[in-house]
Design a protein around this ligand. Structure first.
Ligand SMILES: [Zn+2]
Length: 334
């Protein structure tokens, strides 16, 4: 099943809420669907779009059979538009919103509702957001805007003020593990969920990329460096092939946990609970100022990666791993 047609168990409360509004004819013309990445907000919005456009909706869904549903499935419904950045990481520009306005000036071709999904309300640049305001204020009859808000990025306050908010919540750990366990064992499900801050679809993507195995291997190597069984040079050799953004993000999280442990000696405050033993051992033997220095260095390299600067991955990794090696030797000097 494609993501476009999927419904997920953790959507059910919000789905029930919007369907009640539809039945009572009080669905707002602009809905801001918010949540952390990896909860299927786009699938939720597309399901709602299909249901609003369907010519003979069944109790709580589109029928999937009428002309309108067929057009949606073929991605060629004339009264449905999905707006998003042309390239990942780029903004939605004002021209795209103007084109939309022209299209919406005509009546619905299938004679029913018209639906616009803005996949990335956070990606609207200032001019695009301003151009959209008029549409949100006077959407026209039977016209609905579904804006997706990827937390924690901010959405323009003027856009937000014209929408009703609907937040998709992160499911409970037990529910998410149970859903993921259809395709993996429960222990792996718990691990990838931890890496995905509890968002099941993000966790599934990490599992498919084998990210949990990469992470485990990284930890084995970091431990080997501390024990003097592998050199920074050798480990840098294998790390340089990894996606640096992910590698450094994890490392920043581990160092943050390390600092929390060092400052509070409280196990319950850390995120990477599976690393408790390693982190405790390192915390005991290292100096807090040196941990902060390494955290700064890794954070800076992570920023460079995000800025798409030209880095020499081998050199950068080796230097940072040297810092890691020195970490457990820094406490002794106190
Ligand atoms: Zn239908």
């Amino acid at each position: 099943m494609s993501q476009a047609a999927s419904s997920y168990p953790w959507h059910s409360a919000q789905w029930h809420q919007v369907m009640t509004m539809v039945k009572q004819q009080r669905l707002p013309h602009a809905l801001l669907v918010g949540g952390v990445p990896g909860l299927g907000k786009l699938a939720f919005a597309r399901r709602l779009a299909a249901t609003l456009l369907c010519q003979q909706p069944i109790e709580t869904d589109a029928c999937r059979q009428c002309k309108s549903c067929q057009l949606m499935a073929a991605a060629s419904h004339p009264d449905f538009t999905q707006l998003q950045p042309e390239e990942a990481g780029k903004a939605i520009v004002v021209n795209a919103v103007r084109k939309l306005q022209t299209a919406l000036a005509n009546t619905a071709q299938q004679g029913g509702a018209r639906v616009v999904i803005i996949n990335g309300a956070t990606d609207l640049n200032l001019n695009a957001a301003n151009a959209l305001l008029k549409q949100l204020e006077e959407p026209g009859d039977n016209c609905y805007f579904l804006l997706l808000h990827q937390w924690p990025k901010p959405v323009s306050a003027t856009v937000t003020s014209r929408c009703q908010k609907l937040d998709i919540a992160v499911p409970t750990n037990a529910d998410a593990v149970s859903w993921l366990s259809q395709g993996m064992d429960a222990e792996t499900a718990r691990q990838v969920l931890l890496l995905a801050s509890g968002a099941p679809l993000h966790a599934l993507a990490l599992f498919e990329q084998k990210a949990h195995e990469v992470r485990r291997q990284m930890l084995v190597q970091l431990t080997a460096i501390l024990r003097g069984q592998q050199t920074s040079l050798e480990v840098a050799e294998s790390w340089k092939k990894l996606p640096l953004a992910q590698t450094f993000t994890w490392w920043v999280e581990w160092l943050n946990d390390l600092i929390k442990l060092k400052l509070t000696q409280d196990d319950s405050c850390i995120i990477n609970t599976d690393l408790l033993k390693l982190l405790q051992a390192v915390a005991q033997r290292s100096d807090i100022a040196v941990i902060y220095q390494l955290l700064d260095a890794v954070t800076q390299q992570l920023n460079y990666v995000h800025q798409r600067r030209n880095l020499n991955p081998q050199m950068v990794c080796e230097e940072l791993l040297n810092g890691w090696y020195l970490l457990v030797r820094s406490g002794a000097k106190q």
